[in-house]
Design a binder for this molecule. Structure first.
Ligand code: MRU
Length: 358
């Protein structure tokens, strides 16, 4: 994706021993690229959400393992470094998937070959993520085309939650890939962007991305979606996912479940876009079995923004004496999901359909 005319990926390795990322903590107030030079720095960047989003943290962890291959002097050390990466964030399965993929290719190989093997595998993980998201765009475009054909001359309104855009992956995004593809194909498209409290990934990141690409959009408070659906102002919902179970239950940013309920009540199609690295084939029943990350309360009690002069500020929005809870994700049961948009096509969210396709 382009930022001010220059093509960027969210994470890359410009030279041996350096992982480069776009610092998402600073967006949209500042666009900054930073270097990570050790596994500890990569782990901190993931934990502190300098990088975030399922595909992006998976690819970053893949590159983190390329640094681990430089730092480790034994298989035990390599496994310990891998574990330190896996522990940074529990819900998005792409993270553990990428780290384990690296461990699998490195195990039983001579230590002197680790660096080149791990770098190659990290590049493959990142390339595959970008290619899968591009393909999700191709698949999702067909759905948007069908809806556009039913309302010729009118705008297609998509609602999205959180940021499942290119910042959340290596490129293109999952939920945004069909949107970018439709916009580029000349379909009149408009996006309702949920602000996505507490961290405001929608207001800060998705809105910034869409503006960079010139896609018409409107940021709305999180509670607005139901009202818009009741008044025919949402043609479809597309969200991303952090983990999808074998039977199609979807873990995604907190608040996704409520949007799915509203969509069901109003007959609005509810799609979830994901690359196959986001499936967790080992579990069913996402409500019971997907670990839900609880993040620091300061995300709820404090907000970031700028003043009228563009100077960044951090302000408290909750009384100091009030306790808060901060569940980062929720699970939308498969019965509320119209279909999953994957790189292998648009698939019903059922165990049988997923088994057939994957
Ligand atoms: O806590 P985050 O920002 O890492 O949350 C993950 C997300 O961005 C969303 O849940 C997103 O919709 C899916 S990740 C592609």
């Amino acid at each position: 994706m382009k930022v001010n005319g220059t093509h960027y990926r969210t994470v890359w390795m410009p030279e041996r021993g350096i992982v480069r990322i776009i610092d998402q903590r600073r967006l949209p107030w500042a666009f900054e690229v930073i270097n990570l030079k050790s596994v500890a720095e990569v782990a901190h960047a993931i934990r502190d959400m300098a990088v975030r989003g399922a595909g992006c943290i998976g690819a970053t962890a893949g590159y983190g393992m390329a640094l681990a291959a430089i730092e480790a002097q034994s298989e035990a050390q390599l496994v310990a470094l891998a574990q330190s990466l896996i522990e940074t964030r529990p819900t998005a399965v792409n993270l553990a998937w990428a780290v384990n993929r690296q461990l699998n290719v490195l195990r039983n190989q001579p230590l002197e070959t680790w660096q080149s093997i791990a770098k190659r595998e990290a590049e493959a993980i990142a390339d595959e993520d970008a290619a899968a998201c591009a393909q999700i765009g191709v698949q999702g475009l067909q759905l948007i085309r069908q809806i556009a054909a039913q309302k010729p001359g009118e705008v297609v309104n998509v609602l999205t939650h959180c940021n499942a855009g290119w910042l959340a992956f290596v490129d293109h995004g999952s939920a945004t890939a069909p949107i970018y593809a439709a916009h580029d194909a000349g379909i009149q498209i408009h996006v309702w962007v949920d602000e996505t409290r507490p961290r405001n990934q929608g207001a800060r990141l998705t809105a910034w991305e869409l503006a960079q690409h010139g896609v018409p959009h409107t940021v709305i408070a999180d509670n607005t979606g139901g009202h818009l659906m009741q008044h025919g102002q949402v043609d479809l919902v597309i969200t991303g996912a952090d983990r999808v179970t074998r039977n199609g239950d979807v873990a995604n940013k907190i608040g996704t479940y409520l949007k799915a309920l509203a969509a069901k009540d109003n007959g609005v199609p509810f799609y979830v876009a994901l690359p196959s690295s986001t499936f967790d084939w080992s579990i069913t029943d996402g409500v019971k079995n997907i670990p839900i990350e609880q993040r620091g309360g300061e995300e709820v009690t404090w907000m970031e923004g700028t003043d009228a002069n563009g100077a960044p500020h951090h302000v408290r929005v909750v009384p100091a004496a009030s306790p808060v809870a901060n569940y980062a994700f929720d699970v939308t049961p498969a019965r509320l999901v119209t279909a999953l948009i994957t790189e292998k096509g648009v698939v019903p969210a059922t165990e049988a359909a997923l088994a057939g396709r994957f």
